[in-house]
Design a protein around this ligand. Structure first.
Ligand code: GLV
Length: 359
């Protein structure tokens, strides 16, 4: 473990001062400070922002720690979680936790926490940045400027799609798929654009609660009527490839698709075909099916805006996520119920009690 660094504080009598927290990759300073001030032993495996860990390195870290703080870049499966029968918890620094096998964690008696709520606004903001950038060709125009190609104003120069009623005078329809906290925050931001909002939620097929911002729609209806389709569901087997060739063909040829949820919600190869053959007008993506790789041909298209999974990346939000992950980790370490636990049933299991008594 040559890359790892440890910060061990002087021992204190609380149970937490005796623990060891393994942080796979350095989290923002606000979270590190909470860990360091607690007096626990902290190992940060990877200090280099651009490097990840192999599965073997994650397993080695898990073997020696009491609590794991992973990021969404590390798959946490049975093999990883079985490496240490004293592991008291996993405190992921992300709201999404599709990289962790929650069923296995529950079976093994391991509580898992995430960081919900704090990134809702930042993610909704970035969704709108993507939506506006793709419709109004913002990155393409920027690239044109910095390449020194702007010689003469022209009436057709970078003419894109309207977001507000604009020239057509017709209200645009924003279709939101996955109407939870983030979906609703995206809807809220549409007010200033005089849009009509349709909502569909794959986990609540009977309809979203009446909401003054959005009107419930069936899935196909939303795809057919929307000028912008924005994806915000959790990634589960049910939402894997929720948007594939049939769904893309159902959308308007003038419509834009935006994804700031998880990449595998879209069949990315089908999306490349759709964008090449103009079944839809464009796509704004923050996430990828096989992240960080992109489907062949995606990066060469001129009707896409592509970002490196930065929806929650504001300084304040990332700091708050790190604070929550650190606080959750310390609760795991003390054997206390943690806020933001995604598998709370685990606390009533013999498997969990056995872990705490071994620790
Ligand atoms: C980011 O994608 C997160 O899940 O927090």
């Amino acid at each position: 473990m040559s890359q790892s660094s440890e910060s061990t504080q002087s021992s204190r009598s609380s149970r937490s001062s005796q623990g060891h927290i393994f942080v796979t990759r350095r989290i923002p300073q606000a979270g590190m400070e909470i860990l360091e001030e607690s007096g626990v032993r902290v190992t940060v495996f990877q200090q280099d922002e651009e490097k990840g860990l192999t599965k073997e390195e994650v397993i080695e870290g898990v073997k020696s720690c009491d609590v794991l703080i992973p990021l969404l870049t590390e798959p946490i499966d049975r093999e990883v979680m079985s490496a240490n029968d004293k592991l008291l918890g996993i405190a992921q620094m992300a709201v999404g936790f599709n990289n962790i096998d929650i069923d296995v964690a529950s079976e093994l008696g391991i509580p898992v926490t995430n960081t919900p709520g704090v990134l809702t606004d930042s993610t909704a903001d970035l969704t709108w940045a993507l939506l506006m950038a793709v419709a109004r060709l913002v990155p393409q125009s920027h690239n044109y400027m910095v390449a020194g190609r702007y010689k003469l104003w022209g009436p057709n120069l970078f003419a894109g799609g309207d977001i507000s009623p604009g020239g057509s005078g017709k209200r645009k329809v924003l279709g939101i798929i996955g109407y939870g906290r983030i979906g609703a925050a995206v809807a809220k931001r549409s007010i200033g654009f005089d849009m009509d909002v349709l909502a569909y939620d794959p986990f609540n097929k009977k309809g979203v609660e009446a909401d003054s911002l959005a009107q419930w729609a069936e899935f196909d209806e939303l795809l057919e009527k929307s000028d912008f389709v924005s994806l915000h569901p959790l990634l589960t087997p049910e939402t894997h490839h929720l948007i594939g060739e049939p769904e893309l063909r159902r959308m308007k040829s003038s419509a834009y698709l935006v994804n700031a949820s998880r990449g595998p919600v879209i069949d990315e190869r089908a999306l490349v075909r759709a964008l090449r053959q103009n079944w839809i007008a464009g796509a704004g993506l923050d996430v990828y099916e096989h992240e960080p790789a992109m489907a062949d041909g995606l990066a060469e298209l001129d009707n896409v805006v592509l970002l490196p999974h930065i929806a929650s990346a504001s300084l304040d939000t990332r700091g708050k996520m790190a604070t929550m992950a650190a606080t959750n980790a310390l609760a795991h370490l003390k054997g206390e119920p943690a806020a933001n636990v995604v598998n709370p049933e685990v606390y009533d299991t013999d498997a969990y009690r056995a872990r705490v008594s071994r620790g």
